[in-house]
Design a protein around this ligand. Structure first.
Ligand code: PHE
Length: 334
């Protein structure tokens, strides 16, 4: 009876106490086993009851032992009253900056230092801001359904196909000098592949002032690629056509992946296209109420995805939107 009470009230707060319990009640030479060896001294008529009682005691000791183990293991690491101060802290998982955000931020940083601000506009645009004010001829193929996601027809409302629409809004509302960057999402009805997506990001730039020339455009973009990539990056302009610029030029840079040695990204030419540019067409200035005899300007537009792929050697554009942590975690240090 005494032993039964002792077992009942036993508390083990440490491994040592648990071991003491085990030695006393469970181990090879435990006190209950001693009772069994008393059996021979018990009068015959009491043997049955005695044996039953000792057996009960043995089971009680076993059950208690298990519950002591359970409560001790649930306590390791501490509880509210007894915190375990030796445990390592629970680590916090930090998110990381998305590589597209990092590139956009770097873009803005480079251009802010030469006097550009940042302007934003709506992703759902009317025909005027996305096309007409930008001097798109009435039947220009870019207005057709295959490129543009229209929301409404007559009057046309669409998802913007470029952020040039934001530049129109800035020119309508501000007086030159204007130096602005328009970053943002744009939408084109294109099949999704490693190189193209129907939703991507653009960074467009606009500079309007007295006496702005193509030399300013060239030097500004040359400065930009040296800052965004490295000092040895080369730049090349190819004649091109956009309705809103005249003259227009495609911008190529020396391939950042193979550094001119030839790879799939530059198709072994050593050059990759990063965007379009040109001198703002006088018609566009006039559409926005800016006197084209007094002012001139340049504009450029680049895909943020393309720049990011070149910066980090990313070969598939779809990785940007899959949100696979194995991809995103590689940018933890940004
Ligand atoms: N808006 C053009 C496009 O989306 C890029 C561009 C901007 C070209 C400014 C010239 C000048 O393709």
């Amino acid at each position: 009876k005494e032993l039964s009470q002792e077992i009942d009230s036993f508390v083990a707060e440490s491994q040592e106490q648990l071991e003491a319990y085990r030695l006393r009640f469970i181990g090879r030479k435990n006190v209950i086993a001693d009772l069994f060896s008393e059996m021979k001294n018990v009068p015959n008529e009491e043997k049955k009851a005695f044996g039953q009682a000792v057996n009960d005691l043995k089971n009680q000791a076993k059950d208690k032992f298990q519950s002591l183990i359970d409560s001790l293991s649930s306590q390791s690491g501490g509880d509210e009253k007894h915190p375990d101060l030796t445990l390592p802290p629970i680590s916090t998982e930090f998110g990381s900056i998305h590589p597209l955000t990092a590139t956009r931020n770097r873009f803005i940083q480079i251009f802010e230092r030469i006097g550009f601000n940042v302007s934003n506009g709506p992703e759902i645009e009317d025909d005027w801001h996305n096309f007409t004010a930008l001097n798109f001829p009435e039947n220009h193929p870019a207005r057709e359904m295959q490129d543009t996601f229209f929301i409404e027809k007559n009057p046309d409302i669409a998802l913007r196909t470029h952020t040039s629409s934001v530049q129109i809004r800035v020119m309508e509302n501000e007086k030159p000098p204007i130096r602005t960057l328009s970053p943002g999402r744009v939408f084109r009805n294109e099949a999704i592949s490693a190189r193209a997506h129907c939703v991507f990001h653009q960074m467009e730039g606009l500079y309007i002032d007295k006496g702005v020339s193509f030399a300013d455009l060239k030097q500004t973009l040359y400065h930009f690629v040296k800052e965004m990539f490295d000092r040895d990056t080369q730049i090349r302009f190819r004649p091109s056509y956009f309705p809103f610029t005249e003259p227009s030029a495609e911008i190529d840079i020396s391939c950042q992946i193979c550094h001119g040695d030839g790879c799939n990204i530059c198709k072994h030419t050593g050059w990759v296209e990063i965007g379009g540019s040109g001198m703002v067409d006088p018609n566009v200035l006039e559409n926005c109420g800016i006197d084209s005899k007094e002012y001139s300007g340049f504009a450029f537009g680049m895909g943020i995805e393309r720049i990011t792929m070149l910066r980090y050697g990313i070969k598939d554009l779809r990785l940007f939107t899959e949100n696979d942590v194995r991809f995103l975690k590689q940018f933890n240090s940004l």
